[in-house]
Design a protein around this ligand. Structure first.
Ligand code: ZN
Length: 86
């Protein structure tokens, strides 16, 4: 009975970690999201909503999704300013 409860809890915890990874993935922070979910479970899932691995525009501060595939040159998706190439 106790073991059954434990395995359900462990599964739920892992689901939290995976969900957090997906939440983080939206903002290029998959690893951080997964770690948060793994460490803090449901609370980490909420925390994953706040992590943001994306770089921000120097001009307007807007988060930049990596769309290098469909953009010929890097420009801000919010204000159109050219991003500095590192
Ligand atoms: Zn911008």
């Amino acid at each position: 009975m106790y073991q059954q409860y434990l395995s359900i809890a462990a599964t739920a915890w892992l689901v939290c970690a995976i969900c957090s990874a997906f939440i983080g993935q939206q903002k290029q922070a998959t690893g951080s999201g997964f770690l948060l979910g793994l460490l803090f479970g449901p609370a980490g899932m909420i925390a994953a909503g706040f992590v943001d691995g994306r770089e921000r525009c120097r001009k307007c501060g807007g988060p930049q999704n990596r769309t290098d595939d469909d953009l010929p040159y890097p420009v801000c998706q919010h204000c159109g300013a050219e991003k500095s190439v590192e």
